[in-house]
Every structure is written in structure tokens, then in C-alpha cells.
Design a protein around this ligand. Sequence first.
Ligand SMILES: Cc1cc2nc3c(=O)[nH]c(=O)nc-3n(C[C@H](O)[C@H](O)[C@H](O)COP(=O)(O)OP(=O)(O)OC[C@H]3O[C@@H](n4cnc5c(N)ncnc54)[C@H](O)[C@@H]3O)c2cc1C
Length: 415
Amino acid sequence: MSDRQTIIIVGAGQAGAQLAASLRQEGYVGDVVLYGDEPGLPYQRPPLSKTYMKEGNPDRLLLRGESFFEDNDIELHSGTKIASIDRPAKKVVLENGSRRRYDHLVLATGATNRTLPIPGIDLDGVLELRTLAHAEDIRGRIAEARQVAIIGGGFIGLEFAAMARGLGAEVAVFEMGDRVMARAVAPETSAYFEDFHRSIGVDLHLQTGVSEIIDAGDGKVGGLILSDGRRVEADLVLVAAGVVASDGLGREAGLPVENGIIVDDVLQTADPSISAIGDCAAFTHPLGEGRMRIESVQNATDQARTVAARLAKGHSDDGHPPYSGFPWFWSDQADRKLQIAGLTAGADERVVRHNERGGFLVHCFRDGRYIGLETVNAPGDHLMARRLLAAGIELDRATLEEADFDLKSFKDRLK
Ligand SMILES: Cc1cc2nc3c(=O)[nH]c(=O)nc-3n(C[C@H](O)[C@H](O)[C@H](O)COP(=O)(O)OP(=O)(O)OC[C@H]3O[C@@H](n4cnc5c(N)ncnc54)[C@H](O)[C@@H]3O)c2cc1C
């Protein structure tokens, strides 16, 4: 019997594909087996709500070409769902009943879109956006759509709104909360984007839920009934009401799960032979408050690299450094590039500035400490804030409020 080690990765998305690549870069010589339930090669999701709708070129989404997996001896099984985990036997069980043994298992199962328990949700023309298949479906319909309704004013709803306006559709967004992107950004950034979307002709409704989706009479969507009883017309509805962690595999295998698969500071679950990374993992970040999940490319990529380094060195060894990837995020909405450096959601104090290049900046503090920066069309300031924060250099409110303040002047402090 071979004593070659096997690492199995479930989920061939951003985190899973990165982990497979990083294991090889770290010099891991055992078997790397990557299972993904979507067809085709691993791809990146961010362009799906941005450039893909216009370009329609799936090859540009690919994270790595086919030869990469062959050349690096990564066994990629696309279109293959893992049905369960047999922890005592250290095996994953495929839907067809076959089983494969692992020495270490990494769950990188991502997230799925939240559905809404309202009448009409299954009508033809009520769509969601998470996968390439969803995006292809939408692309096939968007050119014909006259009135697009979007349920949810988060990142994906707003990116889609800007894109659909760019294609000439009438677009309405219905957001239950009193501001857009409320979970993720400061009120000032929400207000900036509310004004922007209205300026490009998006009909934005805040504090407005949707209680029913109306059948046009032929099984196709015809409109919406809003929480205040009003009816609006729509021939394409995008449900963009957030996501839930795909943590079912972990839960059914008896791992602790609470809004994601719970992992410790080195991203290991309660079972030392199983780790979890990316959108599905619930962890404590040194810069955050309490356990959280982070849905971002940065988080998926950095967590994959951290786990690869640990597993390549022999995962049973102690003393691995805790995960501390510095969080950053972006969202493109028409010609506005929102960038976030740090975990700004818990800010209790903010300073709004504009730079001389027309960029918009919201500096965020919590308990008197600088915790991050939200910017619009200010990539240089975003990068500078990332570097300062990652280096532990504190900014104070008085300095930020000086009339001629420019983040670039902090460059020297980084040397
Ligand atoms: C439309 C869209 C736009 C986005 N834009 C941005 C952006 O601008 N910036 C940003 O930072 N982030 C963005 N994100 C978020 C980012 O794409 C995710 O955070 C990232 O993909 C998470 O990576 P992951 O590997 O954890 O999950 P995923 O990329 O979702 O991959 C998980 C994979 O696991 C598969 N899987 C699940 N269960 C099983 C199973 N039992 N067996 C086999 N396979 C399974 C899933 O089908 C999926 O393919 C966007 C996401 C979407 C959907």
C-alpha cells in the first residue's frame, strides 16, 4: 500500500482552486484531488455581475487553463458533487456512492443565494446570479428585457443595476433596509451610491420589500407587489438578497456550524483532519469583532494560501501562524469603483474627504482607532491605506481633518 498522502478539496471555486495551486507552489508532493460540482474549469465570479454581461466570454473568467491542472498533477473532477463525509473512515462519498480516502480534507464549498419565501418566486424570468450558468441564462434574456426589477440593494444587486442600465433597460431596485449595502459600508458611502444610481436613472426604493411576484398569465413574470401594496411592472426579476454559507456537508458530518463551518485561528475545524476556507468558513479575524464570514476574493485566496502553507509543512505540526490576511474588497458599479481597505462595517466614527483627483473617501474609526478606508475612484488612496493598516500605522482624526491632508504624504512612513 502506498504511503503517499492525499489532500481532498471539496469545492473548485476561488478558494479551492487557489489551494490546489498553492499546495504545489509550497512543494507539497502528495496527491491533490479537487472536486467541484459545477461543470468546466474553475472560474472567477466577480466579472459575472460586471463585464461578463457585455462581453459574454467565459474563457476570460478562467482562474487557470486546463494544462495548469495537468502540469501540476492536480486531479480535477468537475461536475462531481460530494454527497457526504465519512469522518471515522476519513473518506468523502460521491453522489454515485463511490468513496475516496483523504489524509486531510478541505471544505471550500462557498455560498448559495438566499431565496425568498414569496409567491411567484418560481416564475419564468425570476433569476439569480451566483454561477456562470446563471449569468449565461441572464445574458440570454437581458437584451429583450424592458423592465428589470432587482430585489436587494447589496453589491450584486447594484452592480447588476448599473450594468442593466448601461444596456438600456429600465431598472428598479427594491431594498428592505433604509440604505444600500448597509451590512458592508458606512452610511456616507451608501448615500454616495444612492445618489449615483438615481443619477443614472435607476429607480431606487429603500425600506421597500417585495411580497409577491406576479404571473403575467403565461407562467412568466409580469411584475411585483410591494410591501406597501403597490404593483410595479417587470419582465425580468433578479433576486439578489444575499447568500448563505454552503455549510451542509460540514453540519451533516457533525462539525460545529453556525453561519458557516466554524474554524480556529489556523482555519482548522473541530476535526484536526478537516479545514474550511473561503465563503463557507466562520472564523475570528484579529481585526474584527467576534466570529465572521468574509465573502471576498481576497479572503478566499489568502485563506487558501495560509492552509496550503500549513498542510505542505505537515498539518499535524503545531506552531502554525494564525490566519491574518488583511481584508480588502472592491465593487464596480458603472464607472464608480468602490474599494474597501480593512473591516469598516463596525465603524462608530467617520471622516469624509475628497481627494484632489475627484475621489471620495470615508475614513473609519472604532473606539477611537483607525480601522479602514472606503473609497470611490481613488485607487491610490486605497492602496496606501492598505499598506498603512497592514503595517500597523495609525491615522488620527485631527490629521485627517487638516485642510491639505493627502494620504500620499504618509508614503515616507512606510520606508
Ligand atoms: C456575481 C458575483 C460578484 C462578485 N463580485 C465580487 C467582487 O467584486 N469582489 C470580491 O472580492 N468578491 C466578489 N464576489 C465574491 C467572491 O466571488 C466570493 O467571495 C468567492 O468566489 C468565494 O470563493 P469560494 O471558493 O469560497 O466559493 P465559490 O467561489 O462559490 O466556490 C465554491 C464552489 O464549491 C462548489 N461546491 C459546493 N458544494 C459542493 C459539493 N458538495 N461538492 C462539490 N462542489 C461543491 C460550488 O458549486 C462552487 O463551485 C462576487 C460573487 C458573485 C457571485
